[in-house]
Design a protein around this ligand. Structure first.
Ligand code: ADP
Length: 712
């Protein structure tokens, strides 16, 4: 469940709970109050109608009582009574039609005055009419109280009327007559017709006998042929009224339940019944709860919608943050994250973003430092084989700048001749491949390629480590050259020795002179072999650093002297003059006397060897610029210009410099150079073909001597 749904559900549940509380607790409460209000309203309606009818009756009663107390009425003189009644009926308030009459104690009408519809019919010959049998006369005389009659048909006036009668008392208090008023029933019931009723509400009025005298839903004269033909006396409500009780009661009629509010109308004993179907009352009582429920439901829907909108607004940045985190997890550190607003989520988002950026830049710095400290070259490529990084070693190796090649594809690199070597490295396919580069200078490199894997182990590029193996290749070459040379050099003298020995063993050389000559050659060749072997041993010792120098103060003229003495015989044999020009005052140097003697011997030996008969070899030594310089000068064959830079290399011999192969090892000058350099000195050669050579070396003077010199 995502955040949006969760918030939506949360708000919906809260609203639903409030709705349930309303439905189960509040609504029944409101409805029962509403129901109560409806009852009270109906009762009030019944009461109000009853009051109006009662007021009407009472106003007539009071009018009659006032007239009954008047002397002119009490005189029982028809003329006097007529004068009063004329005025009274004319001024009688409130009714269009009314008849007021007086009868003596025997029931004989003495005077009758009418107004409105009743007037014409009633007045003619009214005097003398006997009303002793009439209910309102009899009850009034017998009780000597005011009496309200039920409605009856007045045949004289042709109207349904109700009468009210009041006793006229003589001076002694005895009843001497009756004054009465007949009022048309419609005057009394008009209030019901004019009462504003709802569709389902109904009001009716009954007299003391339970006869309906007015009904809001019925036109009594038309429906039943006469207004007094509808008898409700059996109804419980009407029976209550007949017993003088007002109240509220539910009753069943025609399969429907009604609520009746009923009210007795004053002293007349009539009743007003206000009735309404119970379901309508219930429906009215439901209006308010339904309204509240409707509003609550609308608020519920609105609330949930608003909550969802808000939840989306909250959840959206969180979703973006999660997407960003996933991208970073997959290695996409350049992924963007848009931060909007200023809420807590925005704060968290920007904190995470800057954290990732800082981490990336720290990692980048660390990585750059590691990569750039590598001696080997490094190239990284993205998924489309475009260059994403070169380290310093790679830049130096190829003479290019990362900025010039960044994001370039192999085809783009190929189009630039300067970048061709890089293109060749980028295009290597196998995990390990050797490439010979010719630009910017010749070298052999080994390229190790491996795939770069990002998140979910997907290939995101390639990394190539480039090792410069030129030296190793050269070394290999040198080793094989060395072995080839050594074996060749060893084989030549061995062949010659074996050849001469075999000749002599076979007894083919008989004369002693030739034998001596051959033995001489064998001796010379074995000497050469011995030189060769010690030369090879020295060379090997030089290569492994095993040559030991025993340093001590050395007097150079002594060293030169020894070498010259050693070679004097050889010089004489070759008829070459040899001369040493080394002053005894030469300062000493720090070094190994034997090794230095080997140096001088070697140089002088070469000088004699390459001199012609009658030539001259001079060895000089002098101190100059805090160093001692020794030179061996000959007038021999000299060295061709092209060979001069090579003479100090291992096994190098100038081609054709000696009449036959037995001459030299090609190791002498190499060893000489190594010894001089081990003493901190330098060696050089100046030579011209046919004019002779000068080999010289310089050795630093010992500190002692410098101190002496400074002291002196
Ligand atoms: P080798 O034992 O063959 O003399 P070296 O290393 O001593 O070997 O000398 C290398 C080569 O240098 C010789 O073969 C020779 O051709 C040349 N060379 C050395 N010294 C002289 C010299 N004084 N005059 C002419 N050529 C020389």
């Amino acid at each position: 469940m995502n955040v949006t749904t969760k918030i939506g559900v949360l708000v919906a549940s809260a609203l639903a709970i409030s709705l349930l509380v309303q439905v189960f607790y509040l609504f029944p409460e409101i409805r029962s109050r509403e129901f109560g209000l409806q009852r009270v309203r109906n009762q009030a309606a019944a009461d109000s109608i009853a009051s109006e009818v009662r007021e009407l009756q009472d106003s007539i009663r009071y009018g009659l009582e006032r007239l009954a107390g008047m002397p002119m009425i009490r005189s029982m003189d028809a003329n006097q009574q007529e004068a009063v009644l004329s005025i009274a009926t004319g001024a009688w308030p409130g009714f269009a039609t009314v008849s007021v009459g007086v009868a003596d104690v025997h029931g004989t009408v003495t005077c009758l005055k009418s107004r409105g519809r009743a007037a014409v019919a009633a007045e003619g010959g009214a005097a003398g009419v006997d009303i002793s049998e009439r209910d309102y006369f009899r009850r009034c005389v017998s009780t000597s109280e005011v009496y309200y009659s039920d409605p009856f048909q007045d045949d004289v006036a042709g109207l349904t009327v109700a009468a009210i009668s009041a006793p006229i008392r003589g001076d002694d208090g005895t009843t001497i007559g009756v004054i009465f008023a007949e009022i048309p029933l419609e005057t009394m019931t008009g209030v019901i017709e004019s009462y504003p009723l709802d569709e389902f509400e109904g009001v009716y009025m009954v007299d003391r006998e339970g006869v309906v005298i007015a009904h809001s839903a019925k036109d009594l004269t038309e429906l039943h042929g006469g207004p007094l033909s509808m008898d409700y006396s059996e109804y419980s409500v009407v029976q209550d009224l007949a017993g003088g009780r007002s109240g509220v009661r539910e009753y069943e009629y025609d399969g429907k339940t009604y609520l009746a509010s009923y009210m007795v109308v004053g002293a007349s004993g009539w009743g007003i019944v206000f009735q309404e179907p119970l379901d309508i009352i219930m429906a009215k009582s439901n209006i308010l709860p339904n309204f509240i429920f409707g509003i609550s439901a609308a608020m519920f829907v609105t609330g949930v919608l608003v909550a969802l909108v808000f939840a989306r607004q909250i959840a959206n940045p969180i979703r973006k943050l999660v997407e960003y985190a996933r991208k970073v997890e997959r290695g996409d550190y350049k992924a963007g994250l848009e931060v909007r607003g200023r809420d807590e989520i925005a704060d968290v988002s920007s904190a995470i973003k800057s954290m990732v950026q800082q981490m990336v830049s720290m990692q980048e710095k660390e990585l750059a430092a590691i990569v750039n400290s590598m001696k080997d070259g490094l190239i990284t490529l993205d998924g489309k084989r475009r260059i994403t990084r070169l380290n310093h070693s790679m830049e130096q190796m190829l003479g290019v700048k990362t900025a010039d090649v960044l994001n370039k594809s192999p085809s783009e690199l190929e189009s630039d001749p300067r970048l061709l070597p890089l293109a060749r490295l980028v295009q290597t396919e196998s995990p390990e491949e050797e490439v010979v580069l010719t630009e910017p200078y010749e070298r052999v490199v080994k390229v190790h390629s491996s795939e770069l894997r990002g998140g979910e182990d997907k290939g995101v590029g390639e990394v190539k480590v480039v090792l410069d193996v030129t030296k190793e290749a050269e070394l290999d070459q040198m080793k094989s050259d060395f072995i080839a040379n050594t074996s060749h050099e060893l084989r030549t003298p061995l062949h010659s020795i074996r050849g001469f020995v075999r000749l002599m063993l076979d007894g083919k050389v008989r004369d002693a002179e030739t034998q001596r000559e051959f033995l001489g050659i064998i001796d010379e060749q074995s000497q050469h072999l011995s030189n060769l072997v010690s030369g090879i041993l020295d060379t090997a010792a030089m290569g492994t650093g095993e040559m030991i120098f025993e340093r001590q103060p050395v007097t150079m003229n002594e060293v030169i002297e020894k070498a010259v003495v050693k070679l004097r015989n050889m010089a004489e044999d070759k008829e070459v003059a040899i001369e040493a020009d080394a002053p005894r005052t030469l300062p000493t140097i720090e070094g190994d006397p034997e090794k230095l003697e080997q140096v001088v011997t070697n140089l002088v030996h070469n000088a004699i060897k390459f001199s012609q008969k009658g030539g001259k070899v001079v060895v000089t030594a002098s101190a100059e610029n805090r160093s001692l310089v020794v030179q061996v000068i000959d007038q021999g064959s000299g060295i061709p210009a092209g060979a001069i830079p090579l003479v100090f290399q291992k096994f190098y011999k100038v081609h054709g410099s000696m009449p036959w192969g037995g001459g030299g090892t090609g190791l002498g000058l190499y060893i000489v150079k190594q010894i001089v350099e081990a003493h901190g000195g330098q060696i050089w050669v100046k030579s011209k073909r046919g004019e002779g050579s000068t080999f010289g070396f310089r050795l630093p003077l010992s500190d002692d001597h410098e101190n002496q010199e400074e002291g002196g």
